[in-house]
Design a protein around this ligand. Structure first.
Ligand code: NAD
Length: 495
C-alpha cells in the first residue's frame, strides 16, 4: 500500500489523474488520456486517463479477487477502516476541497460542506457494519430457518459531476460497509476527488482491489462497466436518458439497479407561511451549486394572494447574490450553452423574465461558464421550462389558488424527487406531504441533506434508496436457509 502511494506521488504530477486499480494509480492500458477544461476560467483542467473496456476489466477482476477476503474480514476491522477513511478525508480536507474546486469552480464553503459530508458517510456507515443481518423465522419445531443479508459482490458505481466526492462517498460507504467491493466511474469532467478518495481508502488499510476507480467517458468506460459480466449490482446517479439506457442493459442481465436521476421539484408556498424565510430558502433551493443539483427547487408554486409580494422578495434576494462567490460556474461549455438555450426557449414560450436571463459582465468571470440567476413568471406548467430539468440557476414561478390545485400542478411532472411545502398549518402540512409524489418532502425548509436520511426518487427520478440505514438494504441481497432438525413431512407446497 505504501508502494502504491509512493508511486502516485513520484510518477504522476498532481494534475495527472489516473485510474486507481488494485491499490495503485495506473494509466490507461491504451495510454489514452485527455486534458479537460477549467470551468471557472475556460483554461486547461486536469489531464485525465481515458479508460476502455480493458481498464474496466482489470478493475472488475481486481475487485473480484478481493471480494471474499473483504467479506470475511472481521466486522470491527471493516468498521475501523471505514472510520479511518473518514478521518483521512478530514485530515486532507483542504487538499480535497482544492481539488474539487479546480474541477468544478465551486465556492469554498460549498466544496467544504460536500467534502465534510463525504467524511460523514464513512463515519456513519462505519457504525453500521453489523447491521445487514438476517432474522430467525419460526416455522415448525422440526426446522430452523434463518435469513442472511449478503453482499452482492462487485458493485459498479457511476457518478455525475455535480457533487463528485460526496456522491462517490454516498455510494462507496454503504456498499463497503455491507461487504461489497466496488468499481467507481466518476464523470469524466470531475475525476480528481474520486481517485483521491480511493487513495485515502488504501492508506486507511482497505485491501487492494476493494475500492477501484476507472476514469473516462460514459460511452466507453461507463458502458463497459455496465456490461461487464462480473458486475452484480449497479448504482447510477445521473440523467434520465442515461439511466434509461443502463436500465435496458440491466433488464437483459437481471441486474439489480439503483437509479438516482433528475428532478423538477415543486416548492409550494401558501399564504400563511413565514414569507421572509420562505423567500430566502426558495432562492437557495434553485441557486445552490448554480442549480446543478438534482433536488433543486426549480418550480416555485405561489398562492395567488401573496404572489406579487412574494415574487418581489425572491427577486430581491436573488439579485443580492454574487455570482462567482455565492455559486460557481456551470460545469462545461456544453452545460452553459444548454442553459443559455433555455433562455431562448422561455422567451419563445412567452414567459416573463423578471431577473437574469444572461451572463454576468464582471471581468473576473469573463471566461468562465457563469450565468446569472434567472427567474420567470407568467409560467404555465405545460411549458418546457416548467417540465424539463435545466440544471442551471433558473426558477419558474407558477401561481395557484387552492391546495388541490397546488398539489395537481406539483404532481403534473414526469419527475418525483423533492417537494417543498411552506405553511404554518399542521393539517395542511400532513395532507400535502402525503399527496405530493416525491421521494423527499421538505416542510418550511429546503434540502437539509443529512447522511442519515434516506434519499431517492419516485417516477422518472429513479428507484432504490441511497443514504441512511435504508441504503444497506439496497447493497445486500437476501438468502433464507432452512435446516431440518429431524425427519418431518413437508409443511407447504414446494414453490
Ligand atoms: P449523465 O447521465 O450525463 O452522466 C452521469 C454519469 O454517467 C457520468 O459518469 C457519465 O460519464 C456516465 N455515463 C454517460 N453515458 C453513459 C453510458 N452510456 N453508460 C454508462 N455510463 C454513462 O449525467 P450528468 O450530466 O453527469 O449529471 C447530471 C444529471 O444527474 C442530472 O439529470 C441530475 O439531476 C442527475 N443527478 C441526480 C442525483 C440524484 O441523487 N438523484 C444527484 C446528482 C445528479
Amino acid at each position: 500500500m505504501t508502494d502504491a502511494l509512493t508511486s502516485v506521488r513520484i510518477d504522476a504530477p498532481v494534475d495527472e489523474i489516473r485510474h486507481w486499480i488494485n491499490g495503485r494509480a495506473v494509466p490507461s492500458l491504451s495510454g489514452a488520456h485527455r486534458v479537460g477544461t477549467d470551468p471557472a476560467t475556460g483554461g486547461p483542467g486536469a489531464d485525465v486517463a481515458l479508460g476502455t473496456a480493458d481498464d474496466v476489466d482489470a478493475a472488475v477482476r481486481a475487485a473480484c479477487d478481493a471480494a471474499w477476503a473483504w467479506r470475511k474480514i472481521a466486522s470491527a476491522d471493516r468498521a475501523r477502516i471505514l472510520w479511518d477513511i473518514g478521518r483521512l478525508i478530514r485530515r486532507d480536507l483542504d487538499e480535497l476541497v482544492g481539488l474539487e474546486i479546480r474541477d468544478t469552480g465551486k465556492p469554498l464553503e460549498s466544496a467544504r460542506a460536500e467534502v465534510r459530508g463525504a467524511a460523514e458517510y464513512f463515519e456513519f456507515y462505519a457504525g453500521l457494519v453489523n447491521l445487514p443481518a438476517g432474522d430467525i423465522i419460526d416455522v415448525v419445531p422440526t426446522q430452523h430457518v434463518y435469513t442472511l443479508r449478503e453482499p452482492y459482490g462487485v458493485v459498479g458505481v457511476i457518478t455525475p459531476w455535480n457533487l463528485p466526492i460526496n456522491q462517490a462517498a454516498r455510494a462507496a460507504a454503504p456498499a463497503l460497509a455491507a461487504s461489497n467491493v466496488i468499481v467507481v466511474k466518476p464523470a469524466e469532467t470531475t475525476s480528481r476527488t474520486t481517485t483521491a478518495l480511493a487513495r485515502l481508502a488504501t492508506e486507511a488499510g482497505i485491501p487492494d482491489g476493494v475500492f477501484n476507480v476507472v476514469l473516462g467517458k460514459g460511452s466507453e468506460a461507463g458502458s463497459a462497466l455496465v456490461e461487464h459480466p462480473l458486475i452484480r449490482k449497479l448504482v447510477f446517479t445521473g440523467s434520465v436518458a442515461v439511466g434509461q439506457s443502463i436500465g435496458r442493459v440491466a433488464a437483459d442481465r437481471i441486474l439489480p439497479l439503483t437509479l438516482e436521476l433528475g428532478g423538477k421539484s415543486a416548492n409550494i408556498v401558501f399564504e400563511d407561511a413565514d414569507l421572509d424565510f420562505a423567500a430566502t430558502e426558495a432562492v437557495r433551493a434553485f441557486t445552490t451549486n448554480a442549480g446543478q443539483v438534482c433536488s433543486s427547487g426549480t418550480r416555485l408554486l405561489v398562492q395567488r394572494s401573496i404572489h406579487d409580494e412574494f415574487v418581489r422578495a425572491v427577486v430581491d434576494a436573488t439579485e443580492r447574490l454574487r455570482v462567482g462567490e455565492d455559486f460557481g460556474p456551470l460545469i462545461t461549455r456544453d452545460q452553459y450553452e444548454t442553459v443559455l438555450s433555455y433562455f431562448d426557449i422561455a422567451q419563445g414560450e412567452g414567459a416573463t423574465l423578471v431577473t437574469g436571463g444572461d451572463r454576468p459582465t464582471a471581468d473576473t468571470l469573463e471566461d468562465g461558464f457563469y450565468v446569472n440567476p434567472t427567474i420567470y413568471t407568467q409560467v404555465d406548467n405545460s411549458m418546457r421550462i416548467a417540465r424539463e430539468e435545466i440544471f442551471g440557476p433558473v426558477l419558474v414561478v407558477i401561481p395557484f389558488d387552492t391546495e388541490d390545485e397546488a398539489i395537481a400542478i406539483a404532481n403534473d411532472s414526469d419527475f418525483g424527487l423533492v417537494g417543498g411545502v411552506w405553511t404554518e398549518d399542521l393539517s395542511r402540512t400532513l395532507r400535502v406531504s402525503e399527496a405530493i409524489e416525491a421521494g423527499q418532502i421538505y416542510v418550511n425548509t429546503w434540502s437539509t441533506a443529512a447522511v442519515q436520511t434516506p434519499f431517492g426518487g419516485q417516477k422518472a427520478s429513479g428507484y432504490g434508496r441511497e443514504k441512511g440505514i435504508e441504503a444497506l438494504n439496497h447493497y445486500t441481497q437476501l438468502k433464507s436457509v432452512t435446516i431440518s432438525l429431524g425427519p418431518s413431512r413437508a409443511v407447504q407446497a414446494v414453490e
